[in-house]
Structure formats: C-alpha cells, structure tokens
Design a protein around this ligand. Structure first.
Ligand SMILES: [Zn+2]
Length: 462
C-alpha cells in the first residue's frame, strides 16, 4: 500500500479512532468493511513502529500526540525499508508512543492509558508497598473526566475515574430513556470509551471504575458486566478496570454471598471487585445514611476476615474492601462522627494472624467518604493498607467554585450578548462561550485534586 494513501486512510479514522485504534475498533471480529481492514493494517504498522522503538530502548514524552502521524509514516517507512528523513520522523513519533511501554518506577505491566487485570493488581500492590493511595473521583461528563486526568498528569500519579449510576445517566442525558437503567448503563459505557480514547494522551495510568451499587441497582451492574464481557471477547480485556458493589445494608451473609457470585463472573474477564462493609454515614448519589445507628459505622475485624476468606477462594478473584471506620459521605460540621483508622490497623493484624502470612497488610482497603478528613487521619489510614480514597464532594465543590469565580470576575461581560463596560456595542462572545466557564471549573477541580494527591502521597510515583 502506498504510503500516501495509507496516510489518508488513517486520517479518515479520525481522532477517536487514532486513540482507540489499539483496542475498541480494531478488535478481531470487528466489521470487515474496507475501512476496517485498512484500520487494522494501520494498527499493525503502528505496533511494529512501537516495537521497533521499544527495542531501541527509547523513552520520551508526548504520548499519542504523534500517534496519527506515526502510524501513517510507519506504514510508509516499513514499505521503504531504508533510512530516510521520513524514517527518522517515524522513529521520533514511534519513540513518543513507546512511553506506553512503561514508567520509571511502576511495575512493568502498568502503562499509560486504561489499566486492567494483572496491571491493575500490580499497580494497587505497588501503591500498598510504597504507601500511597489513588484518588477515586466521581465524574459527570467529559469536563470532569478530563480534569481528573489533567490532575494526574500534573501530580505524576495514577488516577481512578469513577462513574456513579446517576453520573452515567447524566452522561447519556437526562432526557434519555432510563427504563431498566438503560441510560445509566449507556452513559457509563460512553464515558469509559471516552477515557479509553484519550487517556494515553495524558501519559498516566487510569483506572476505570464504577461507584456504589446497592442491591436494588444490580440491573445496572448486570448491564455493565455485559458491556465488559462483550469488550473482553473482542479485546482480551474488560472495558472497565473494576466495579463496586455496596451490599452493606444487607446481612453480612447476603453481602458476602452476592459479592462472591459476582466476583466469580468478574474474575473470568479480569475485573476487580470493590466491596463495602459496615455503613458509611452521610449522603451520596441519592442514598441517605445520615440517620444510621453509629455502631454500624465501625467494621469489626472478624467481618473483614469472613469477606477475605470467602472472596480469596474465587479463582483469579481480586478485590478491595471499603470497611467503614467512622467515615461519612459528604462534608459536615466536625464532631458528628469520629474517624477511627486504627480499626484498619487492627484488622490487618487480625487477618495476618489468621493467615500466618508474611505481609503486614494482607487486605487492600479503600477509603470512602474521605472528603473533609484530616491529612493525619488520611495518612494513618494509608499506613494501614488503604490504596484508594474517594474524593467526590470536594471535587464537586471545586468544579462549581471555579465556575462561580469565573462568573463573579466577569459578571459585567456576562449580562448580554452585546454591551459591556468597554462600550454598548462590544460583543461578549468570548466570555459566554460555555467552554470558558466549564474550563474554569475543570482547572479548579484539577487543582483541588492535585492537593488531594499530595495528601494521598500520590505525587511523582510514576
Ligand atoms: Zn461507601
């Protein structure tokens, strides 16, 4: 195939195709139109270019920005097979792409972009070993998704992008038919595909996760599982990295039994399960636990052991535990509930004794309702094996705060399409362009997240 024509064909794939070319849209079994065939050829060439760059021990920056051109040029260079200016350009671009091969500090399996399966297990294990936690952030659209990845890029750490059921529905659009959770499923899938299309451009590992799913919401979970299984069949990995089941309102027996049943299904497609024990107080995504009995806010070590024992028995089963230790969703005036991270320390000790294992931290904990916690409490919890903390309420506030400040600062330019303090005929388009206020929200959210990543010691860990 002539190089020039190749280039045109790949441009036709578009930005979306360029970023996802290595997974979603070139999977075996994809429609065999002429375009799809050409696309697959491009990807083969791109892979060859990456391998060539990798074998030269190359490492560089600017992941993906050259991907389009690299693939097109690689095709031409492969054909030419000699050192030409074109070839040199290929090497440069392919070298940039080769950053995907790995990071300086992280386990070799972890690459820029969406992390699943063994790479996810390795990444979480690394976090536990090094003593940092990854922020999990509820998002509602591409703006907040991108703010997460922007923060991760600035901080030099991995990030977890989390879709709640309501957040998924919002991405699909509030007017979309949400009977049988169709919009909540489709929106989460659409958001996940967006992340898969752009994540590599930020040069950081991204974990794709979903948030609290109570028993009544299992049809949503089932829909996500079908999307994962379909994606796995085509691409050899799940669409998401992990999902959360929150059956903490059920009896402990039911909670564990349902988690086990789902983990068996998830393990077949290399998905990780996050489960919840005890009750996190407060209110999140329409679930109100603000009046729950305070004794249920503290998990017992024996309960975690029962979970550990049962879920560890699932072949290829990987899981994390959100054990309540006085945490509260949302931000409230201090003094209502006392955070007791020592519960997590005691639990690790208890389970270590049960297992007779070497590790001091056999359980991987996640920290819900972390917004508003003191840095001391957060870091003490991380020492007890917390590898991920939800940062939702504070990032929601930060997004709003950024837009609010933008509005206040430019209020005189935001009252009409034409006319501002500089003159009655001056246009205000560049002020009311929705991107201006949304971008102010994104920047504010990213700044807040970088601060959170400092608290979580998730800085310069790549
Ligand atoms: Zn929770």
């Amino acid at each position: 195939m002539p190089g020039k024509m190749t280039s045109v064909a790949l441009m036709g794939v578009g930005a979306y195709g360029a970023a996802t070319a290595l997974n979603a849209f070139v999977a075996p079994g994809a429609p065999t139109t002429q375009g799809a065939t050409q696309q697959r050829q491009q990807v083969r060439h791109l892979r060859q270019a990456q391998q060539a760059a990798a074998s030269q021990g190359a490492s560089s920056v600017n992941v993906g920005a050259c991907a389009l051109g690299a693939a097109a040029l690689a095709a031409g260079a492969a054909k030419a097979g000699k050192r030409t200016p074109q070839r040199a350009q290929v090497a440069r671009c392919a070298t940039a792409v080769a950053k995907k091969i790995g990071f300086k500090n992280l386990p070799a399996s972890v690459k820029a972009g969406v992390v699943t399966g063994q790479a996810l297990v390795d990444l979480l294990g690394y976090a536990k070993e090094k003593g940092f936690a990854i922020p999990g952030v509820n998002i509602v659209g591409t703006g907040s998704i991108n703010a997460c990845m922007e923060a991760a890029k600035k901080a030099g750490g991995p990030i977890m992008v989390t879709f709640s059921k309501g957040g998924g529905q919002f991405i699909a659009g509030k007017a979309a038919d949400n009977s049988d959770d169709k919009a909540s499923i489709a929106g989460a899938v659409a958001g996940a595909l967006h992340v898969r299309a752009v994540a590599e451009l930020y040069g950081v590992p991204v974990i794709l996760h979903t948030d609290h799913c109570q028993k009544a919401w299992l049809p949503w979970f089932d829909g996500l599982m079908e999307a994962n299984e379909e994606y796995f069949e085509k691409n050899g990995e799940p669409l998401f990295s992990s999902h959360m089941l929150d059956l903490s309102e059920e009896t402990l027996e039911d909670n564990i039994a349902i988690c086990k049943k789902y983990l068996e299904r998830m393990a077949k497609v290399n998905l990780l399960l996050e489960m919840e024990l005890g009750i996190t107080g407060g209110e999140e995504d329409g679930v109100d636990n603000s009046d729950v009995d305070s004794s249920r806010l503290y998990t017992q070590p024996e309960e975690v052991w029962q979970v550990y024992e049962t879920l560890s028995s699932v072949p290829n089963g990987n899981f994390t535990v959100a054990a309540a230790f006085g945490n509260v969703h949302g931000v409230y005036a201090p003094g209502n509930v006392e955070l007791k991270p020592e519960i997590l320390h005691n639990t690790q000790k208890y389970i270590k004794e049960k297992l007779g294992c070497e590790s001091d931290k056999p359980v991987s904990f996640v920290f819900h309702g972390g917004s508003g916690s003191s840095v001391e409490d957060i870091q003490y919890a991380i020492e007890a094996g917390v590898i991920k903390m939800n940062i939702d309420t504070d990032t929601q506030w930060a997004f709003w705060d950024g837009m609010n400040k933008y509005q206040k600062k430019n209020v005189d330019y935001l009252q009409a399409q034409i006319g501002n303090p500089e003159g009655p005929e001056k246009p205000n388009k560049k002020y009311y362009d929705p991107r201006m206020a949304l971008r102010a929200g994104e920047e504010s959210m990213a700044d807040r997240l970088v601060k959170a990543m400092q608290d979580l010691k998730c800085i310069d860990v790549l």
